[in-house]
Design a protein around this ligand. Structure first.
Ligand SMILES: NC(=O)c1ccc[n+]([C@@H]2O[C@H](COP(=O)([O-])OP(=O)(O)OC[C@H]3O[C@@H](n4cnc5c(N)ncnc54)[C@H](O)[C@@H]3O)[C@@H](O)[C@H]2O)c1
Length: 321
């Protein structure tokens, strides 16, 4: 049986990935500094461990064939705008120690999860910005802190492949969302934050939206994401690849879609003092289509409906609704 390590298995994408890999017959070790928050883990071997420590990465990679490196100190735009130094330090330590541990333990394949935040800010200053292609990454002008570290870790992964022959894969996620993700506390992303605010609002209430609501993004549902990275690690493609959905929506449109799902009329109070990130960001996914035959199957409306119902159920369960 092939043995897989998923780091960040206590987090949103990692938890879904572990379930997917178990269904596909792998032996899975999950490592994180916390357990999954909302559901019991299904790994064969789950370890609580801090991957900023080299010795812990070495232990995690023992007798492992494939590594999916998802562990990261991350959050929504508020979080990554506020914390540059700790995010850079924590993630650089995790990524460098994990690469070295994978190489030392003769891991066969290593997948690194990068981000749309590596793309130059100068290409994203208009709401109708052109969809980002992989080669647009340079000349670099990444998101401060989080984005620059991801770009550095992409390069480090490529150097380990060039110098040591470690088969590395690099995926750039563009706003992945779905159930079992953080929806409160400051690390949540825009779809989860909007679902929570609308679930807690009464019909006719106003909710606060960060920015002027005109900033645009594209969102990809978690099931499509997990399928995409699984296909990538089976391929022979080693350069960075976008994974997202090429449909651009404004934040105001996102609010309208969720309000419709909730069956509520919602007024938007725009708070332009809050961090809003780049003005427009979309994913060009033609490379993934060509190389992996992959494209997202879940419509934004469908994915948001599932996510909204799940967040609503969590709020009910914890007595807030
Ligand atoms: N969700 C997205 O839209 C998105 C977008 C771009 C990139 N990514 C990347 O995908 C990966 C997974 O993201 P996610 O959305 O599941 O985030 P998440 O925050 O839910 O999961 C990350 C996990 O890493 C763990 N972690 C952090 N520091 C650790 C440490 N020192 N040791 C061990 N574990 C540690 C956290 O506890 C968390 O459970 C991350 O690398 C993230 O940067 C995600």
């Amino acid at each position: 049986m092939e043995r897989v390590l998923v780091t960040g298995a206590g987090g949103f994408i990692g938890h879904h990935l572990v379930k997917f890999l178990k269904k596909h017959g792998y032996w899975v070790r999950g490592v994180d500094r916390k357990h999954p928050e909302f559901e019991k883990t299904s790994d064969d071997d789950f370890k609580i461990s801090d991957l900023r420590e080299s010795k812990n990465c070495m232990k995690a990679c023992k007798r492992i064939d494939y590594v999916y490196q998802l562990a990261a100190d991350m959050g929504g735009i508020g979080y990554i705008t506020e914390y540059h130094a700790p995010v850079t330090r924590n993630n650089a330590l995790i990524n460098l120690h994990m690469l070295e541990a994978a190489h030392t333990n003769n891991v066969k394949k290593y997948l690194f999860t990068s981000s749309a935040c590596i793309y130059p800010q100068y290409l994203q200053n208009k709401a109708d910005a052109k969809a980002l292609k992989e080669e647009d990454a340079y000349p670099a002008d990444a998101e401060p802190g989080y984005g620059w570290e991801k770009l550095f870790a992409e390069l480090a992964s490529q150097y380990y492949r060039q110098d040591y022959g470690l088969k590395t894969y690099i995926v750039r996620f563009h706003n992945i969302f779905g159930p079992q993700g953080t929806y409160e506390g400051g690390r949540e992303k825009s779809p989860a934050a909007i679902c929570r605010k609308i679930a807690l609002a009464k019909d006719g209430d106003a909710i606060t939206i960060w920015g002027d609501g005109k900033q645009t993004r594209s969102y990809c549902y978690i099931d499509d994401c997990v399928e995409g990275i699984y296909r990538l690690i089976q391929s022979d493609y080693h350069n960075p690849m976008n994974l997202g959905q090429g449909r651009l929506v404004t934040i105001d449109e996102l609010v309208e879609i969720v309000a419709k799902i909730a069956g509520k009329t919602i007024t938007k109070n725009h708070d332009i003092s809050k961090p809003l990130g780049v003005m427009g960001r979309n994913a060009d996914i033609s490379l993934a289509k060509k190389v992996l035959g992959w494209e997202p199957k879940v419509l934004l409306e469908k994915g948001l409906e599932i996510t909204y119902r799940w967040i609503e159920a969590q709020l009910l369960k914890t007595g807030r609704l």
